[in-house]
Design a protein around this ligand. Structure first.
Ligand code: C6P
Length: 408
């Protein structure tokens, strides 16, 4: 990988703010110039409403949008671009599946999720369960304190009534990776479809939907250096074809009468209204940026940074880290508490030192409840972070208790 200081010059926010140590990448990453330029170029050179106009400019806009779909399909190793739906973000992708696949649920069916799900992979399933006439069961897989879910635990939670398994590939709180490939195979053997929340995995590891054999997979562009407001839902074509649309309106139809309508083919059936073409083009540029760096190099760099962070944070007195002791099972995520200090106060003190971290429940309240913690602090790394920033994080953290009058 290019030397990190050279790489950081590609990111206007990082280059323009050397005083900041940006360590909130699990919330959103920073954007390289290539992504910003691709979006600007679309508006300056190709902008028209895609998928509608018959004039050359609109055809160029359509082409740019559909090329982005191809780039994402290749990146995820989907069988064909039609298996890629553009949405606003991972949350919308998961709502889409829960609505459109959720119509096939019947009273007595069960949905299986894990206790570590982000609210975006929990609330849509709560609602799907409520929509069936007899309340359907939403079952939870518990995890160990380090986030591990064993094959035995998964097997015993699956029942003959399980129709959907929805699981995150990487926890946004613990950073641990679930064995999605194995669990998807087990779900299929039990007759269930497998929905993968890949919001925290796609930016940090190679994800191959055919190899994992998941039925649906969701992620957001903004967590992998792409624009905000563009997300992806991968779905197997045969399943997408069976599903009713999620949103209704322009460009998702084939033919409309006063009373009824027939719908466009997959994927356009699921993309009602004017699409976020500039967002899709920006996301394709982010994918190319990742490919140019090399996914293996990204993994290697983040593992190196994680090993340093693990060592540095473990040495901070009174600090308690959640998650795995293995830096390879962190995916850049370091969630912790500090004795006697509220996580919001930690974040505020660090902010004074220019260190950006997140504090709160991280939109995973059932997980925090199961851990007996109302709130935690979280630092999260990306490949462009530096060894020096990790040093600043640890240094700042080791002074928090003293500065707040809690002792050393
Ligand atoms: N987690 C975090 O700071 P959206 O907001 O739709 O782009 O992504 C939702 C989402 C879904 N699944 C997981 C595992 C996630 O981590 C997130 C977003 C951010 O942890 C914002 S709460």
């Amino acid at each position: 990988m290019t030397a990190v200081q050279e790489l950081r010059k590609e990111f206007p926010l990082l280059a323009g703010h050397p005083e900041l140590a940006y360590l909130d990448n699990a919330a959103t990453a920073q954007r390289p110039r290539a992504v910003l330029d691709a979006q600007r170029r679309f508006y300056e050179e190709d902008n028209a409403n895609p998928l509608r106009g018959l004039y050359d400019l609109s055809l160029r806009a359509t082409q740019a949008y559909e090329n982005a779909r191809e780039t994402v399909a290749e990146f995820l190793h989907a069988r064909e671009p039609e298996e890629i739906l553009f949405t606003r973000n991972a949350s919308e992708s998961l709502n889409l599946v829960s609505h459109s696949w959720g119509v096939f649920l019947e009273p007595g069916d069960e949905i299986l999720i894990t206790v570590m799900e982000h609210h975006s992979n929990l609330l849509p399933w709560q609602q799907a369960a409520r929509r069936t006439q007899t309340p359907l069961k939403l079952n939870f897989l518990e995890c160990g304190p380090d986030g591990t879910i064993s094959e035995e635990a998964f097997r015993s939670a699956l029942t003959e009534h399980t129709r959907i398994v929805a699981m995150t590939q990487v926890s946004n709180v613990l950073g641990v990776e679930n064995d999605v490939k194995r669990f998807a195979a087990m779900a299929h053997a039990a007759g269930a479809v497998f929905v993968c929340d890949a919001a925290q995995s796609v930016p940090h590891m190679p994800v191959d939907v055919q190899d994992l054999d998941v039925d649906f997979l969701a992620f957001s562009g903004h967590k992998m250096c792409g624009p905000m407001g563009i997300g992806v839902l991968y779905g197997k074509r045969a399943l997408l074809e069976k599903m009713p649309p999620f949103l209704y309106g322009g460009e998702m139809i084939e033919y409309v009468t006063r009373e009824d309508a027939t719908y466009a083919e997959v994927p356009h059936k699921f993309e009602a209204g004017t699409v976020n073409a500039a967002g899709a083009v920006g996301l394709a540029a982010a994918v190319k940026f990742y490919q140019d760096l090399g996914m293996d190099a990204i993994v290697q760099r983040e593992e190196h940074l994680s090993a340093l962070a693990l060592e540095a944070l473990s040495a901070v007195p009174h600090l308690h880290l959640l998650g795995s002791a293995d830096p390879k099972n962190r995916h850049g995520i370091f969630t912790f508490t500090l004795d006697d200090v509220h996580p919001h106060d930690i974040a505020q003190v660090l902010n004074g030192d220019g260190v950006c971290i997140r504090a709160g429940h991280h939109c995973a309240q059932p997980l925090l409840a199961s851990l007996g913690l109302p709130s935690t602090a979280r630092a999260s790394l990306a490949f462009y972070n530096t060894e020096e920033e990790i040093g600043r994080l640890a240094e700042s953290l080791s002074t928090v208790r003293r500065r707040l009058g809690c002792g050393n």
